[in-house]
Design a protein around this ligand. Structure first.
Ligand SMILES: NC(=O)NCCC[C@H](N)C(=O)O
Length: 290
């Protein structure tokens, strides 16, 4: 039986790729990686165990990237260097130069796991997984911003078009500048096929129109919590429709999701997520959702 494939953001999570923070982040220089003052590698490693526990409790099988001491601190954010489809993995190309070696780690893992490689995004194209959002099984939205360029989007469209998948690019704002991490997934977290948590002020307007036209209900995250968390209050991982994992400490955003029928599990992540600009979606690359 095929144990890979994912063209949905919220179908039950069966298998996921992760990398532990204990080695990867151990020697990270916060200034070099654009991490905040509360970054602490020991604490980040402990917080990562908290997320691993919640993902494992959901029933998903976790495949870990090898725990090599390669200094690739951001490699814990496994969402970004590859994209999964029902036809195999697409190996992406990073917009953040320090993350350049990461797609090769993912390709090696997929080969080890026997998962086919559908294709690759090649330089000068760049696409990061955090910019890719499945709207439905045949529609992929990609944010065009500091991490993902038009050349990369075109390459993904060329790979997926023959599989019956339409790819749409949406411009992202510059917001906090080119050093900061603003992906399309920074302003939306799908919670179910028909429900998404959003920070609407930063949503590309045509993307908002597409979501509305498809009848996707939008839950607004609390704007103060979004600001105070550098956007991480909005970064929520569904392990099944309306069953989600979020960063602890944002009661208003959590209550808004609960009011929309979601069950929300939280974990402490000040050192790992708030400081390093990546939350539970970014720390997981779904390999199989069904
Ligand atoms: N998908 C995501 O939003 N990933 C977050 C990546 C954070 C990492 N520090 C980065 O700058 O790439």
């Amino acid at each position: 039986m095929q144990e890979y494939g994912s063209q949905s953001m919220a179908a039950p999570l069966k298998r996921v790729l992760m990398r532990r923070a204990s080695s990867a982040m151990r020697r990270a220089d916060p200034a070099e990686w654009h991490y905040g003052p509360k970054f602490d590698p020991t604490r980040a490693a402990a917080e990562h165990y908290g997320l691993v526990d919640l993902v494992a409790k959901s029933g998903a099988a976790i495949e870990f990237l090898p725990d090599d001491d390669d200094g690739l601190a951001d490699s814990v954010f496994t969402h970004d260097p590859s994209l999964m489809t029902d036809h195999g993995a697409v190996i992406l190309s990073m917009g953040k130069a320090l993350r350049g070696p990461e797609p090769a780690l993912h390709e090696a893992a997929y080969r080890r796991l026997g998962i086919p490689i559908l294709g690759r995004v090649e330089a000068p194209g760049t696409v990061e997984g955090g910019d890719c959002v499945w709207i439905d099984r045949t529609t992929l939205a990609i944010g065009r911003g500091v991490r993902t360029n038009q050349e990369g989007i075109q390459q993904v469209a060329n790979l997926l078009g023959p599989k019956g998948i339409r790819v749409y690019g949406f411009d992202l704002p510059f917001w906090q500048g080119e050093e900061a991490c603003l992906h399309l997934m920074s302003v939306i977290s799908p919670l179910a096929d028909d429900l998404a948590l959003v920070h609407s002020p930063l949503l590309p307007a045509p993307f908002w129109q597409m979501l509305k036209a498809r009848g996707i209900r939008l839950v607004k995250g609390d704007p103060d919590e979004f600001r105070d968390s550098f956007g991480l209050s909005l970064n929520v991982l569904p392990t099944a429709p309306r069953e989600v994992i979020a960063v602890a400490g944002f009661p208003k955003t959590k209550a808004a999701m609960e009011a929309a029928g979601c069950t929300v599990a939280t974990f402490e992540a000040t050192a790992l997520c708030i400081s390093c600009e990546g939350g539970p979606t970014c720390l997981t690359r779904p390999i199989w959702r069904e």
